[in-house]
Design a protein around this ligand. Structure first.
Ligand SMILES: C[S@@+](CC[C@H](N)C(=O)[O-])C[C@H]1O[C@@H](n2cnc3c(N)ncnc32)[C@H](O)[C@@H]1O
Length: 475
């Protein structure tokens, strides 16, 4: 993210702290904001995931209802908007943000987020942040935060964007990236995949910046989507026969009884559709042996395992990371699923055996950024080459494991072209495998493009930006 303005001078009389001053005071009497601050700190200090840290903190501190909703909005919102917030904060002090104490910077981000992107009254946003910092770090840092946030509060978000965003005429992608708080390289990747730098890119970035609905998948054979919707207060999803959508901010879905009782899993509707597409591809001959080559934590394995069970089949589920393999075992309890802790590139399973194989490959996750608040600022372009090599190797391995005439589904939760059509083109060229018209296995889903693969989009389908290609090994 680049700004085009020089930073104004530091607020008069205020010096940012080099380090925390004096002993810590007792926690501020503002549990939601304290929880949000502690979440941002865990993300920064320990590379933690906000969407794992915060629910645990809320449970531990018994923060519920409106307070939990506020903590969630502030922690996830500030994590998502970090680049934009930092550009505004940098414009309000002459000291590099890298020299500001970490906790003070987390608090500044929280305060700035409230000022720019919530309806919290400005005086409350500033005062509550100053109180947090006073309790954490003392009155010197609190004075610094007070001065910086007063500068932020002098303008609203639109005015800051006008002042700091690259000009749309000169750099349309940079402008949209800044406006919707995305790193520029990710906006560029989206533009490449969409083939647009105009309205579709703006719509995608906007949707990616929104709080997403939570999607559930009903376990086939146990409960219908309509029953699950009635049990959870959600709505039956538009495309997946097993899907239910819950309103954003409807609380921790892990607490829902059907999820606790394994009648449903939390799973994006796009993920459900990709797993289902594999089962829908036409197949001649036997259809009892299925394989999931990258199964952890088990969302798709649970859906595939239940469907395999209903038709008298079985699923082998491979996962390299032992702790994630354990999660697959838990997610598929009671289903005809065998979990293997192994490397999918050479899992030690018989070759030419399986009727259907899913490769839900490790990827940048650029298609699911809205569900992982801090991920967009953590991912780097340097991550891509290692991932595409692994994706090619896993897909090649799947084509050895599937029987002649069998079907392989290649899925990534990313629209980034090197990970999608790039990997596919390379493997198709080397193996001569047949690409199926994947769109036919997404019945009722509109706007699937020119094919033969399928790219889903948040702004079009309300799902994560999942990519799916179905391939048939020559008979
Ligand atoms: C995108 S996730 C799969 C999500 C899963 N299919 C689901 O729906 O819950 C990719 C998984 O592949 C695993 N993985 C990474 N490298 C692997 C390898 N070489 N062999 C097998 N699994 C691998 C990761 O640990 C991760 O759990």
């Amino acid at each position: 993210m680049t700004g085009r303005e020089r930073r104004p001078a530091r607020p008069r009389g205020q010096r940012p702290p080099k380090r925390r001053l004096g002993p810590r005071r007792p926690p501020a009497q503002d549990p939601p904001r304290q929880a949000a601050l502690d979440t941002l700190r865990a993300v920064r200090e320990r590379d933690a995931y906000a969407n794992l840290v915060l629910p645990a903190l809320l449970r531990e501190r018994r923060i519920t209802g409106r307070d939990a909703a506020l903590a969630t909005e502030l922690a996830y919102g500030a994590a998502r908007a970090q680049g934009l917030l930092d550009a505004v904060l940098a414009a309000c002090t002459d000291r590099p943000l890298s020299e500001v104490d970490g906790t003070v910077l987390d608090a500044l981000r929280l305060g700035c987020y409230q000022l720019l992107r919530t309806r919290v009254p400005p005086h409350a946003a500033v005062a509550s942040t100053v109180d947090l910092v006073r309790a954490e770090a003392g009155s010197g840092p609190a004075g610094f935060v007070n001065a910086v946030l007063r500068r932020v509060a002098a303008q609203d978000e639109a005015a800051w964007l006008e002042r700091l965003a690259p000009a749309a005429a000169e750099d349309p992608i940079g402008h949209l990236a800044f406006t919707h708080a995305h790193p520029r390289w990710i906006a560029q990747a989206f533009a490449d995949a969409l083939g647009s730098t105009g309205a579709p890119l703006a719509a995608l970035l906007r949707a990616d910046d929104d709080r997403p609905a939570v999607h559930l998948a009903a376990r086939p054979g146990e409960v219908s989507a309509a029953e699950l919707a009635a049990m959870t207060g959600g709505d039956v999803a538009p495309y997946s026969p097993y899907g239910v959508r819950l309103e954003p901010g409807a609380g921790d879905p892990g607490d829902l009884d059907p999820v606790r009782e394994h009648l449903a899993v939390v799973q994006d509707e796009g993920s459900q559709l990709c797993a289902l597409a594999l089962t829908r591809a036409p197949l001649a001959g036997g259809d009892k042996r299925w394989l999931d080559l990258c199964a952890g934590p088990g969302g798709k394995a649970a859906l595939l395992g239940a469907l395999a069970g209903l038709s008298g089949g079985t699923l082998d589920a491979v996962e390299k990371a032992p702790h994630r393999a354990k999660l697959v075992g838990e997610a598929t309890e009671g289903l005809p699923v065998t979990v293997h802790v192994a490397d999918g590139r050479d899992p030690g399973l018989p070759e030419s055996r399986y009727d259907r194989v899913l490769v839900d490959a490790p990827c940048t996750g650029l298609g699911a950024l809205r569900r992982r608040p801090e991920a967009r600022w953590r991912r780097q372009p340097a991550n891509v080459p290692g991932l595409t090599r692994l994706q090619r190797e896993l897909l090649t391995s799947a084509l050895r494991l599937v029987r002649p005439g069998g079907v392989v589904g290649y899925v990534v939760c990313s629209p980034h072209l090197p990970e999608t059509v790039g990997v596919l083109a390379d493997v198709v060229r080397r193996t001569g495998v047949e690409q199926l018209d994947t769109r036919r296995c997404f019945p009722g889903v509109p706007d699937l493009g020119a094919g033969p693969h399928v790219q889903l989009w948040p702004h079009v389908h309300g799902t994560d930006a999942m990519f799916c290609a179905l391939l048939r090994r020559p008979g």
